[in-house]
Design a protein around this ligand. Structure first.
Ligand code: IPM
Ligand code: MG
Length: 368
């Protein structure tokens, strides 16, 4: 069999549990290379605190350019208490924000799916979460994360003032709204768009412009507008009312953590951050688990690698045109859960506790 074209993947393990979970992805890529006549070439580089320790900055130009040249970037996590006291612009998280902004990864897809095997791992009642399948579409390169002016400045009477700016333009809203509507068409055809139009002008604009796109290009998709605080409440009250949730950068950040917990554990949720097509038709992309660096359990072989492994599956699907392999990997994860294997974060009575590496090995054994 001839090998499919070589794909360049950049692995950025980062901090905390990042290296442990990305290491399981590496094992899977190696397995695909050896068994499936695929040809992944992958390199590993430092990012976040790990890069600060060696290079004094959270991401070097060299690593940044490598990320531009690869077909997909898979990131573990950035940050941890060790670097908490650094000046803001030097913190590990800046590397992640730089990648998102400069690769123009404006669309962040965060699927929150409650696996049937894990219904009991959620803190919510089984009937509330079983069968849950939500897609959160978070705008990732605008809003208060990047708005100017920003900063902390001294003011009168020995006081200081912290400033951030929340701002969105018509085009920024239109392009993310289209992503949400396109996804909804392949799902249950329903978008709930969240903002705070009751208190923020940028929220009024968001609501109006999402409606413009729906009326113009997506007449058949159901659109509901919801205040973001109400959405946070509805996610707990009746999460199955949602199909696609569309939100800005900050509300999307918060709502996706909340939605993750509905599924049982933050350790299960992958994400894809996608940019626009360039002139060669290539979409820049970054894949990462929704969870953070979890320093409290780092280096203990306890972390759940499933979120990162499912992020690889999203990379296979969205960036590498390898749907069959993505299906195979998703199925392997399901089978391992069917077998009752659980990392500590999703352990329940009668199930078998496994380590990070054992979970990775078990998933590979199902690929065979
Ligand atoms: C996320 C994280 C990041 C964010 C942090 C690590 C900068 O919480 O991806 O959800 O706030 O976007
Ligand atoms: Mg977050």
């Amino acid at each position: 069999m001839s090998k499919k074209n070589s794909r360049k993947i950049l692995l950025l393990p980062g901090d905390g549990i990042g290296p442990e979970v990305v290491s399981e992805v590496k094992k899977i890529l190696n397995w695909f290379n050896s068994k499936k006549s695929l040809d992944f070439s992958f390199e590993e580089e430092l990012i976040g605190g790990a890069s600060i320790d060696v290079n004094k900055i959270p991401i070097t130009d060299e690593v940044f350019y490598k990320s531009l040249e690869s077909d997909a970037v898979i990131l573990g996590a950035c940050g941890g208490p060790k670097w908490d006291n650094l000046e803001f612009s030097k913190k590990p998280e800046r590397a992640l924000l730089k990648l998102r902004k400069e690769l123009k990864l404006f669309a962040n897809l965060r699927p929150a799916i409650c696996f049937k095997q894990l219904v009991d791992s959620s803190t919510l009642k089984p009937e509330i979460v079983s069968g849950l399948d939500i897609m959160i579409v978070r705008e990732l390169t605008g809003g208060i994360y990047f708005g100017e002016p920003r900063g902390i400045k001294p003011i009168e009477n020995n006081q200081r003032q912290g400033i951030n700016t929340h701002s969105y333009t018509t085009n920024e809203i239109h392009r993310i709204a289209k992503v949400a509507f396109d996804l909804a068409k392949k799902r249950k055809n329903k978008v709930t768009s969240c903002e705070k139009s009751n208190v923020m002008e940028a929220g009024v604009l968001w609501r109006e412009e999402v409606q413009v796109i729906k009326d113009k290009e997506y007449k058949s998709v159901e659109l509901n507008h919801m205040l973001a605080d109400n959405c946070a409440m509805q996610l707990l009250r009746n999460p199955k009312q949602f199909d696609v949730i569309l939100a800005d950068n900050l509300f999307g950040d918060m709502l996706s953590d909340e939605a993750a917990m509905l599924t049982g554990s933050l350790g299960l949720l992958p994400s894809a951050s996608l940019g626009a097509k360039d002139k060669n038709g290539k979409i820049r992309s970054l894949y990462e688990p929704v969870h953070g660096s979890a320093p409290d359990i780092a280096n203990k072989n306890l972390a759940n690698p499933i979120a990162t492994i499912l992020s690889l599956s999203m990379a296979l699907r969205y960036s590498l045109d390898l749907d069959k392999e993505a299906d195979q990997l998703d199925a392997a994860v399901q089978q391992v859960l069917d077998d009752g294997l659980r990392t500590k974060d999703i352990l329940s009575k009668g199930k078998k506790e496994v380590t990070t590496t054992e979970m990775g090995d078990a998933i590979i054994s199902k690929l065979k």
